[in-house]
Design a protein. Structure first.
Length: 267
């Protein structure tokens, strides 16, 4: 779920999802053990932590003092997969969930109220999981957006078909103020929000593949300065290096959640 969209009392400059409708607005991890998760990501990515209003099972990850992700140790309690999930800003979580279902997708969790907003965990018609958030974003959200500490990419069966699905759900390329623009660059679909590239969609995933890395999925990327060191430390801390290149590594954490670390030069 989208674990920390609440803003401190009296915060100024709070951004609403209405202002960035259809754009990725957060990433979160569902885990089983909060302490081991904190220790893993502190070692691999250098994150620090702050508590959330939702309770003791939840934390916000900070990179250089800036919020970068939410973590909730609720996988066992809520019978959810251990996984990283991107969330998209919407004007209405209920409307977004209805649009997804009307177009052949599914609603896994919600929409549910998480003051000051509503959230839902959904899947597109090829099975890729994502979330939506309606309401206020945390007060430092513009910093998160400008820093682009997290980036998302959809690996799917057909990038153009997926762009149509998400475009109809989130009003991409509608020309509405604050909405996202869709561009086609070779075989990729590129999503831009207020001029910035915020997501990419690529073809080639296989729906029936036994390897979950090959099935349709949203992959969360974190920008780092040293890919090789992150990969080495991940292994030392109980994770797995699934793919390793000079500028990018696909890793799984000590509980099996997959994510990618990417060289800042390639962002």
């Amino acid at each position: 779920m989208n674990h920390d969209m609440t803003s401190p009392a009296g915060a100024t400059g709070v951004v609403s999802t209405d202002a960035v409708y259809g754009a990725p607005c957060w990433v979160s991890l569902t885990s089983r053990d909060l302490q081991s998760t904190e220790e893993f990501y502190s070692a691999v990515l250098g994150w620090e932590w702050r508590p959330m209003r939702l309770g003791d099972r939840f934390r916000v990850a900070l990179a250089n003092g800036r919020p970068v992700a939410g973590i909730g140790a609720v996988a066992g309690m809520w019978q959810m997969a251990v996984a990283w999930t991107p969330y998209f800003a919407v004007r209405s979580a209920d409307e977004a969930a209805a649009r997804v279902q009307e177009r052949g997708g599914t609603a896994a969790v919600g929409p549910i109220s998480l003051p000051p907003g509503r959230a839902a965990l959904l899947a597109d018609r090829d099975g890729a999981t994502f979330g939506v958030w309606e309401g206020a974003l945390f007060s430092d959200w513009p910093t998160w957006r400008r820093a682009q500490l997290a980036f998302i990419r959809l690996h799917t069966r057909d990038a153009f078909d997926a762009a149509i699905f998400y475009g109809e759900v989130f009003d991409w390329a509608s020309g509405r103020p604050g909405g996202c623009e869709v561009h086609y660059e070779g075989e990729e679909v590129v999503l831009r929000s207020q001029g910035d590239v915020v997501a990419r969609i690529e073809s080639g995933a296989l729906g029936s593949a036994p390897d979950p890395r090959i099935r349709p999925h949203w992959q969360v990327h974190f920008a780092v300065t040293d890919v090789a060191t992150c990969a080495r430390v991940a292994e030392e801390r109980g994770g797995t290096v699934l793919e390793l290149g000079p500028e990018e590594a696909v890793l799984s954490d000590n509980e099996g959640a997959r994510f990618t670390v990417t060289s800042r030069r390639e962002r």
